[in-house]
Design a binder for this molecule. Structure first.
Ligand SMILES: [Zn+2]
Length: 135
């Protein structure tokens, strides 16, 4: 079972959208720039005029590793597992991480296309994950 996440003030809109199976990313309105993970102030312009926008949920695998001996005891029984770096098609500067559920460790297609899915964690919170799709 996946570990739960505990939303805080900053990340709550992200997790609430995830529960509705929508992927939202923080956007600085003055810069028109996407930002993830969320921040209180835009690192470029310093403004706190930030909003949330829904993105396509499409991305590509930038790189990946396989965890054989991770430090998190709750995850150890699922080892080995993938940790893939996903770049969003909406803004390849935005990276997210995924275990790529359904994809064996030795069959991860680097540069391959992925789409977001939502998996329910132990505490009922849905968590964005990514699965490999055909282009
Ligand atoms: Zn800004």
């Amino acid at each position: 079972m996946k570990q739960g996440v505990e939303p805080d003030e900053l990340t709550r809109p992200f997790w609430e959208a995830a529960n509705e199976e929508r992927l939202v990313i923080q956007k600085c309105l003055p810069c028109d720039r996407l930002q993830h993970p969320p921040v209180n102030h835009c690192p470029d312009c310093g403004e706190s005029n930030l909003d949330w926008v829904e993105v396509s949920g499409r991305g590509h695998i930038y790189n990946y590793g396989v965890v054989h001996d991770g430090p998190v005891r709750l995850l150890q029984e699922e080892q080995p597992f993938n940790v893939a770096v996903i770049t969003l098609d909406d803004d390849p500067g935005i990276q997210m991480y995924s275990h790529l559920p359904g994809t064996p460790e030795d069959q991860v297609p680097i540069k391959g296309a992925v789409e977001v899915i939502f998996e329910e964690a132990a505490n009922g919170q849905k968590v964005p994950e990514w699965r490999v799709v055909d282009e």
